[in-house]
Design a protein. Sequence first.
Lengths: 307, 307
Amino acid sequence: MIDKLIDKIKETENPTVVGLDPRLSYVPDFIKNECLEKYGKTPKAVAESFYMFNKEIIDKTFDLVPAVKPQVAMYEMLGPEGFDSYIRTIEYAKSKGLIVIGDVKRGDIASTAEAYSDGHIGRINIEGNEFEIYHEDFITLNPYLGWDSIEPYMENCRNYDKGMFVLVKTSNPNSGQLQDLDVGGKTLYQKVGELTSEWGKELVGKYGYSSVGAVVGATHREQAEKLRKLMPDTFFLVPGYGAQGGKAEDLAVCFDKDGLGAIVNSSRGIIAAHQKEQYKNKYSEKDFALAARDAVNDMKADLRRCI
Amino acid sequence: MIDKLIDKIKETENPTVVGLDPRLSYVPDFIKNECLEKYGKTPKAVAESFYMFNKEIIDKTFDLVPAVKPQVAMYEMLGPEGFDSYIRTIEYAKSKGLIVIGDVKRGDIASTAEAYSDGHIGRINIEGNEFEIYHEDFITLNPYLGWDSIEPYMENCRNYDKGMFVLVKTSNPNSGQLQDLDVGGKTLYQKVGELTSEWGKELVGKYGYSSVGAVVGATHREQAEKLRKLMPDTFFLVPGYGAQGGKAEDLAVCFDKDGLGAIVNSSRGIIAAHQKEQYKNKYSEKDFALAARDAVNDMKADLRRCI
């Protein structure tokens, strides 16, 4: 799957991922009101408004970016109808040729990880009938439980050409509380980086990168620089650009000399662009997703300036 | 919420949690066939069979145990209908007076953690309408991202009398790969234990235990012993008993001198008891949950022998 992602990055000349983390406060009134009228003030109304919102964003950006990254929590908080919206968002994004990274950050013991793995990137078999439930192309995973919590995803990666991004160094302010601890001449995140790189060896593709990637926050330049050297075969998913404070100059170190090696996520900065000073008077409410398109183009230019 | 859990443990004189981690292979034919006939070979059929299965198990054990712990992955793998089954299972367990520990192991940056927190243990507000979506009493959390990934759950714990169990030392074979690393005179799991204990200080209840608990695997006796000393105010959720190899003798160290301080989970050992040699010829298929009841009583006796 990493090869397909890199092909799409080359095709769009853009390592930007659109983070589909909708909130009701981002959804324009014309969508929100339609859903509230239809379904009342219910989780179903919000879930439906998220789908309609995402669909517009996808329609206006799919030709510019290689991938989208829905954050499952935004849907999960709404219950079953939220998951329905999550799945339909993924299906729609895939129908437009986008790679989908499910930001699920799951991590559990092997027998449980199998269930997550089969549901998200594999198949579930019900008395001989096979179902793909979430069908993300990649998912994010938490490494705290060690290798046997990661292994159940490997088989589905092999069988169905899927991938994963393991949390190595996250973008949040307290990420260092555990991740920066010294574990004997190196930090915990470096150790996780080494393990991730090792786990990924068998899934290295034609461009020299593995389908086992790493999450490396844009908010930690020095750490990212160290990790890039430590993990030459590992593709980085870089969150934290924009709203979280990560700058193109800082995350440039995540890329290799060919301008590959990383994909940079922006959520709020793109999907809520129609609410930002810079874009908000340019388009009518119905055309809110054109602001997202502008934001993608601006982000692409900003990244290309530095990598 | 920890006080309520301890009250229930005292009332039932039993620190056993029934792990509701159903699999289709555990579900007796009479339930499975009814669901397959009604809904075909579909995720909905499996989800419905899980609910019916859980309901029987709950009916036959609710008077013996303080709590149940559904593992969300088993439901999540089925998609939206799985979550519907998860939620109905929680509602049913609560209607029988059980405490519900949602084994979700979520962990994400603050803005995302808020969404998980509001969905699982808080409320979501839709234009002034408030909804409880999953309404677990406790959930499990992954600490890899540090304090700001835990903090968003604290407010809901305070406001709605809820609790959490932070993964400190897990029960799986490779748990030591990161958790046992030396981080300067102590292991990573000890460090996480110290942090968990610190995070929990403001939520200590009338029995001296905090609503911020710790997951400490039954499969690591020495580590559990160290943690018990290190974290005198922290209640332990102990997975790994039975099918994973944890023994009553080993996990006895998780308890305090009053026989409190921990709750021990068994999933397969209880809910699939009707398939075990020991119980399988005792009851008719329709009475499969009486085998679970026997297994609970046997586990209670086994634990009480040692604590």
